[in-house]
Design a protein around this ligand. Sequence first.
Ligand code: CA
Length: 236
Amino acid sequence: MISQYIQSFLEKNKYSDFELKAVFFDMDGVLYNSMPNHAIAWVKTMQELNLPFTEYDVYMNEGRTGESTINAFFPKVYNRNATKEEIQSIYNTKSLYFNQLPEAEPIEHVYDFLKLIKNKGLEIFLVTGSGQVSLLEKLNKSFPGIFQKEKMVTAFDVKYGKPNPEPYLIALSKGNLKPWQAIVVENAPLGVRSAVDAGIFTIAVNTGILRDEELIKEGANVVLPTMKSLIKNWDL
Ligand code: CA
């Protein structure tokens, strides 16, 4: 099923060939079911400031920096941007609430998909805006034998981050790959935008609460509801 969408992708991007060598994975909402915790923490923090920020807004803004997220909503109530100190304080509160929640579990069946990709001899890259220091350790615990330090793009590698194509362009460069040699698996509108603007075939797995339309709008080549359906439809 996925292969059916490759031809129109090639035509649209004026590529002559598709030669899959690597799959790029986003982390939050793709590897880990961490978005419900982010949503709880953000909504609670913003409610205390009387800021109109819904669970849907959290999912729509997934991947944006804390500062940019806060300033997309703060002026609606306070008629000005938040100061640096206010942003820090709001972000600290959000982190505090987030850290009180139980650690997110891996997304159902994602390890099966990772193993399938690895068994096909394809390279696996992680491309995330996360800046956790012990990330590789955590990944190795959840998904043994899959991830490698030199095949990761994290907050420490980027200047702009998603929705800028930068993180995916860095992944291409780290892997010495062309855009027609990779596929991205994303879950969020800004992540899809980043991958599509990097010129890469993008599969959105809609693991959250958004309408599929939000992911199609940003250019996703395929939208699927679950990892199980991705495994079922993987014919590359
Ligand atoms: Ca994500």
